[in-house]
Design a protein around this ligand. Structure first.
Ligand SMILES: Nc1ncnc2c1ncn2[C@@H]1O[C@H](COP(=O)(O)OP(=O)(O)OP(=O)(O)O)[C@@H](O)[C@H]1O
Ligand SMILES: [Mg+2]
Length: 396
């Protein structure tokens, strides 16, 4: 399996590489790379480095040269390819910055395959290819984030999917989103994914016994994270027991820095099992009385049974002024401060119907995306507070 990182917004190139057998492509937008908060070098996981990085035209050439030099110095085995039609003097500078190949924007498929093959051969020469890279994350460095609500249709899946996209920008290829709505999960359709394996396969003994087998059950989202999609049939997982869920989350947290769990409404057995493994819980409420009261009862119950993680975020979704409730009314009923207010926006639904959550939009903006950004930031801050850790899984 070759890991390929594409920097820029060249969807056509991503598509062409994606169809090559044995490749796994992740792309980062030019806007993201240029954002002052983003540090590409730090975001690369040394244990799961890409084999090849393509720098597309949308990334300013000065930045590409600077990033290439930094990657080349830190990780000389990573192959760097510049895509563009450049003047001769820039080609020379690019080669000095560590680029090993420069290809035209209209390079043929054969040329592209050659580039990929050369990268593979170079890895073999250097004795690093062949063995799958074991990705292991020390347990204390991974976070399990579970999104819950007592009610259906309040935005758990919308928040989970958009959160995964936001988290993957900071931890490319080290985020996994798990669809734990075992009966009617719709993460795959919300992200326009067609999985070949689902939760049903991931819970089989062969995957439970081997992390690498489990990883093959995941579906890659083009924006750089993995998804464990729900089964097609609502009956497929009816016999799943809590220990299986705990083991699954434990396995994933050994391989990913961030595990995001989308759940069904209420507190079914699998959600309770997930909460036992959860570091940060995101409790979703809307601004209607029935939901707010339900959240209060859910929080109280979790408190009583000791399953409410210390790190909790109350997210108020579909907020608008027309509900007749105010944020302080919600806080008074639930007895917790509202941490993130996510406004109602018709775009959320339109985007989800097209399998393209709003966080994927190139030109970001709008209150929903800002609110998800605030949630991402908050969860990062929580992650840095080590004493916010909830109980760790004990899996036999
Ligand atoms: N902030 C928002 N503004 C407008 N529509 C939203 C917002 N958040 C979610 N929605 C829409 O509300 C509907 C329900 O959202 P979603 O599927 O995310 O809820 P859910 O809690 O996961 O539901 P379920 O319990 O059925 O799994 C979807 O059509 C979604 O697009
Ligand atoms: Mg849902």
């Amino acid at each position: 399996m070759s890991r390929v990182l594409v920097l820029g917004d060249d969807g056509h190139l991503v598509g062409r590489i994606n169809v090559m057998p044995g490749t796994q492509v992740i792309s980062l937008s030019a806007e993201r790379i240029q954002s002052p908060q983003f540090d590409l070098l730090r975001s690369l996981d040394p244990q799961a480095l890409p084999d090849v990085v393509f720098f597309c035209e949308e990334v300013p050439i000065e930045l590409s040269l600077e990033l290439a030099a930094a990657i080349d110095e830190a990780y000389p085995l990573v192959d760097l390819v510049l895509v563009g039609d450049l003047p001769a003097e820039t080609v020379l500078v690019a080669m000095r910055s560590g680029f090993r190949d420069i290809i035209s924007t209209d390079a043929t498929d054969n040329h592209l395959e050659d580039v990929m093959r050369r990268a593979g051969n170079r890895a073999v020469d250097l004795g690093v290819a062949g063995a799958p890279t074991p990705i292991t994350v020390p347990p204390e460095e991974s976070r399990v984030i579970t999104v819950i609500s007592p009610k259906g249709g309040v935005g758990k899946t919308s928040i989970s999917t958009n959160l995964a996209i936001g988290m993957a920008e900071v931890h490319p290829s080290s985020v996994v989103l798990v669809d734990l709505d075992l009966q009617f999960g719709d993460v795959a359709s919300t992200l326009d994914l067609t999985p070949t394996s689902t939760m049903e396969h991931a819970l089989q003994p062969d995957a439970a016994a081997d992390n690498l087998v489990l990883k093959t059950m995941l579906t890659v989202h083009p924006s750089g994270f993995f998804v464990l999609c729900g089964a097609d049939s609502p009956a497929a997982n009816e016999k799943v027991a809590a220990p299986q869920i705990k083991r699954l989350l434990h396995q994933l947290s050994m391989q990913f820095a961030v595990v995001i769990v989308d759940t069904a409404a209420g507190l079914d057995e699998s959600t309770l099992a997930a909460l036992e493994a959860t570091d940060d819980v995101v409790v979703v409420s809307t601004m209607d009385v029935s939901c707010v009261r339900g959240v209060r009862k859910e929080v109280d119950l979790l408190n009583e049974i000791g399953l409410l993680p210390a790190s909790r975020t109350l997210a108020l979704n579909m907020a608008d002024r027309q509900t007749g409730m105010k944020v302080k009314d919600v806080e008074a009923v639930i007895g917790l401060p509202v941490d993130v207010v996510i406004p109602r926006s018709l775009d959320v639904q339109l985007a989800a119907n097209h399998g393209q959550p709003l966080m994927l939009r190139k030109k970001r903006g709008g209150p929903f995306v800002r609110a998800i950004g605030a949630l991402v930031d908050r969860l990062h801050r929580q992650g840095e507070l080590t004493d916010s850790k909830h109980k760790r899984l004990e899996v036999a």
